[in-house]
Design a protein around this ligand. Structure first.
Ligand code: ASP
Length: 441
């Protein structure tokens, strides 16, 4: 084993959808000897009307479970893999694997097993193409009986196993329960496997290769041609992801964050682009920008409560939150004034839940006014640079006011890395564009 630095590289489904992409992936891996551990997804879509292999496997298994003939559907899956193998000119025959999988489908091996075969077979093809060892994730990624991921057991088994392989491909998305049954992570879970492998390999960097050149500062469906974020902290990423900005599976942050390993989001179709670095702390990564990104979501409701002398009443807030908890609802934000308190909740709570919450608060708190208001959108302006830049909030509010938009709620967390504002849903796009234009000239 050598002591040089290690990179773990994960490739998403769109990066492995056909032979042409496999060759790009091969070139990327072989360009740097440090790219020693590779985590592939299953083949993704080749065009917008195509179907991901994972979805084909789920559909095919559904037929098997209902005792329908699934031969035709399965042959389409075989064809996807065989076309890749033939186009790459590989000396690899998966017939035996296909037969085993079909047999397992007949015996109802489970939909997780079925879905996991996309990564399993793709891993075999990639290992063959680049000449790396193949490690079946079933042997090294472990779950508890209740289906949650067993981080410590996996770390022990996987880190030991990696010391015996100089270079290896470990398929993403699945592992096993204690009884040996295959279990998958939730959709998009190969990102999580990549992060777990990076931790076990004590990697210096986890490269996550996808089809975009990193995180954008704002949603490109709203803002024209937004800039790419060059560096973002885990904390900032969490704030932006909460508001719906997604490139990475949310759970993929934990293993590498725990180990302090940065993630680099890269584009398989533009390997020269530096992408986005996600780092534990921003020391030494000053982007020079006050804000890192802007994200937002529609679909919130706010419960406004008013009562004179509310601030002096011990237990007032607890009783309000208890009423919400009793209904099994969660609250998103809690902006409050001297005699007012607002609770922002997701708008999908039912009419009955709303009534019960209001009745329960009326009984326990005797407010002077209480009512739900709908149609709220939230925008988070996130940036570690805000702490040192005075007047950031003023600039956000000025941009919104100049667009003739009324602010319905303001919330700034104590960490000072985000400002959250509530506006009417109909003003959402306009407000996002106005804030972006204010900070990105
Ligand atoms: N193939 C799985 C999915 O489509 C996992 C992944 O791609 O990360 O969800």
């Amino acid at each position: 084993m050598n002591n040089e630095t290690v990179k773990v590289v994960k490739f998403g489904g769109s990066s492995l959808a056909d032979a042409e992409h496999f060759l790009k992936v091969r070139d990327i891996i072989l360009a740097e000897p440090r790219r020693r551990y590779v985590v592939p997804s299953a083949p993704g879509k080749r065009s917008s009307s195509d179907t991901k292999v994972t979805d084909m496997l789920y559909d095919c298994y559904r037929l098997a479970e209902e005792e329908y003939d699934f031969g035709e559907e399965f042959s389409l899956i075989e064809e996807r893999f065989n076309t890749i193998i033939a186009d790459l000119g590989l000396d690899l025959d998966l017939t035996g694997e296909f037969e085993t999988i079909k047999g397992a489908f007949k015996y109802h091996a489970g939909s997780d097993y079925a879905a996991s075969r996309g990564e399993y077979l793709n891993g075999m093809i990639l290992a063959k193409l680049i000449g790396y060892d193949f490690i079946d994730a079933a042997k090294v990624i472990k779950f508890f009986d209740n289906g949650t991921f067993d981080a410590e057991k996996t770390q022990i088994i996987l880190s030991d196993r990696l010391t015996r392989h100089e270079r290896a491909v470990i398929p993403g998305f699945y592992g096993t329960l204690p009884n040996g049954t295959i279990k998958t992570f939730s959709r998009g879970g190969s990102d999580i496997t990549g992060s777990i492998v990076a931790r076990a390999a004590a990697a210096d960097l986890y490269e996550n290769w996808t089809d975009v050149s990193g995180f954008l500062m704002a949603d490109p469906r709203v803002v024209d041609n937004p800039c790419t974020i060059d560096t973002i902290t885990y904390h900032e990423l969490r704030e932006l992801s909460y508001m719906g900005a997604t490139v990475l599976h949310e759970d993929s942050i934990f293993p590498v964050r725990f180990a302090g390993i940065p993630i680099n989001i890269r584009n398989t179709n533009d390997p020269g682009a530096p992408g986005t670095m996600i780092v534990p702390s921003a020391d030494g990564f000053d982007s020079g920008r006050v804000i890192t990104g802007i994200a937002g979501k529609k679909g919130f409701s706010v419960l406004n409560i008013e009562k004179d002398q509310m601030n002096a009443e011990i237990g007032f807030g607890r009783k309000v939150l208890q009423a919400i908890e009793k209904e099994g609802a969660t609250f998103e934000h809690l902006p409050s004034g001297i005699d007012t308190m607002s609770v922002v909740v997701s708008a999908d709570i039912t009419e009955r839940q709303r009534k019960d919450i209001v009745n329960s608060i009326c009984e326990s708190c005797e407010p002077e006014a209480i009512a739900f208001e709908d149609g709220l959108a939230l925008i988070a302006v996130v940036g570690r640079g805000m702490v040192r830049a005075k007047g950031t909030a003023a600039r956000v509010f000025k941009a919104i006011a100049e667009s003739d938009i009324n602010i319905r709620m303001i919330d700034q967390g104590s960490s000072e890395i985000s400002i959250i504002i509530g506006i009417n849903e109909c003003d959402f796009e306009k407000a996002l564009r106005a804030i972006y234009a204010e900070f990105v000239k």
